[in-house]
Design a protein around this ligand. Structure first.
Ligand SMILES: NC(=O)c1ccc[n+]([C@@H]2O[C@H](COP(=O)([O-])OP(=O)(O)OC[C@H]3O[C@@H](n4cnc5c(N)ncnc54)[C@H](OP(=O)(O)O)[C@@H]3O)[C@@H](O)[C@H]2O)c1
Length: 258
C-alpha cells in the first residue's frame, strides 16, 4: 500500500532532464524512489548526467534531439522497448527565442513550436500504450506538460513565439486530458514562474533586471528545486491522482496575486 505522497517504484520519463528545471525534477524524483529516464540533445552530457544521477537512484539518460517528430517517435520507441509500463511522462524540454518585436524573425516560430508543442504531442501519442499499461482507474498514469507563466499572462520578455507556444501547450493539455481520461491517464500543466536556469540567465546576469524581477514576485525570490520537484512528485503520487486538465502555478504568486 503506497502512502499518500509515495512515488517509489514508478517509472518516469523527463524530457530534457539533464539540465535546468528538468534536472531539478529528476533529482527530486530519484530521491523519492522513482526510476527516472532523462534526455539531452548531447550524448556526452547525457552520459555524464546519468553517472551523476545514479548516485541518487535508478536513472537512465538517453540522447534525443526532439526538434522533429521523427526524433520523438524514435525516443518513444526506445522507451517502449525498455519499459512496457510508463507511469509518468513529463514533457519538460523547451526552447525559447528572444528579440525585439521589430526584429523578431520568422525563423523563430517553427523550431520553438516543434520542441514546445509538437514534440510533446508526438511523445504522448506514441507513448499511449505504455502509459495505458501502467494506469488504472484507481491509479492513472500521468502526463505533466511544463508550461510557462508567459503562456498565461502577459510577460513582456520579447519571446513572442515562446509565449504563444506555451499558451498552445496549456490548451492542448486540456484537450488531451479530456481525450485520455477514459484510458486512465491524467494530463496536467505545471506552470513555472521564474527559476534560475539557462533560460533565465540573461535576466539574472544583470543586477538591475534581476532586482526588478524579484520586486514583481510576491514571495520575493526565484523558484527552488524543491518547489518544482515537489509539485511534480505530488502530481505523480496517489495524492495527485484526481487532478486532470488543470494548470498548477509554481510562481511565487506572480499570477494569483495580480
Ligand atoms: N526557467 C524558468 O524560469 C522557466 C519558466 C517557465 C517555464 N520554463 C520551462 O521549463 C522547461 C525547462 O526549461 P529550463 O528553464 O530548464 O531551460 P534550459 O536550462 O534552457 O533547458 C532547456 C531544456 O530543454 C532541452 N531542449 C531544448 N531544445 C531541445 C531539443 N531540440 N530537443 C530536446 N531537448 C531540448 C534542453 O536539453 P539539452 O540542452 O540537454 O539538450 C534542456 O534540458 C521549458 O519547457 C521551459 O519553457 C522554465
Amino acid at each position: 500500500m503506497q502512502t499518500l505522497f509515495d512515488i517509489k517504484g514508478k517509472t518516469v520519463l523527463i524530457t530534457g532532464g539533464v539540465h535546468g528545471l528538468g534536472r531539478m525534477i529528476a533529482e527530486g524524483m530519484l530521491r523519492a524512489g522513482a526510476k527516472v529516464y532523462v534526455t539531452s540533445r548531447k550524448a556526452d552530457a547525457a552520459q555524464a548526467a546519468e553517472q551523476e544521477l545514479r548516485s541518487l537512484g535508478d536513472c537512465v539518460a538517453l540522447a534525443a534531439d526532439l526538434a522533429t517528430p521523427a526524433a520523438a517517435v524514435a525516443l518513444a520507441s526506445e522507451i517502449k522497448q525498455r519499459e512496457p509500463r510508463l507511469h509518468a511522462l513529463i514533457n519538460n524540454a523547451g526552447k525559447t527565442w528572444g528579440a525585439p518585436l521589430d526584429q523578431f524573425p520568422d525563423k523563430a516560430w517553427d523550431p520553438v513550436f516543434s520542441v514546445n508543442v509538437q514534440g510533446p504531442f508526438t511523445l504522448v501519442r506514441e507513448l499511449l500504450p505504455a502509459l495505458q499499461a501502467a494506469g488504472s482507474q484507481e491509479e492513472p498514469a500521468r502526463i505533466i506538460n511544463i508550461g510557462s507563466l508567459a503562456g498565461s499572462v502577459v510577460e513582456r520578455i520579447g519571446a513572442f513565439s515562446y509565449s504563444a507556444s506555451k499558451a498552445a501547450i496549456h490548451h492542448l493539455s486540456r484537450v488531451l486530458a479530456a481525450e485520455v481520461a477514459e484510458r486512465h491517464i491524467t494530463v496536467n500543466v505545471v506552470v513555472p514562474g521564474y527559476f534560475p536556469t539557462q533560460m533565465t540567465a540573461h535576466i539574472r546576469k544583470d543586477d538591475a533586471e534581476a532586482n526588478k524581477l524579484i520586486a514583481r514576485i510576491p514571495l520575493a525570490r526565484l523558484g527552488h528545486e524543491d518547489d518544482i520537484a515537489g509539485l511534480c512528485i505530488f502530481l505523480c503520487s496517489r495524492a495527485g491522482r484526481y487532478l486532470t486538465g488543470t494548470e498548477l502555478y509554481v510562481d511565487g504568486g506572480m499570477s494569483g496575486c495580480r
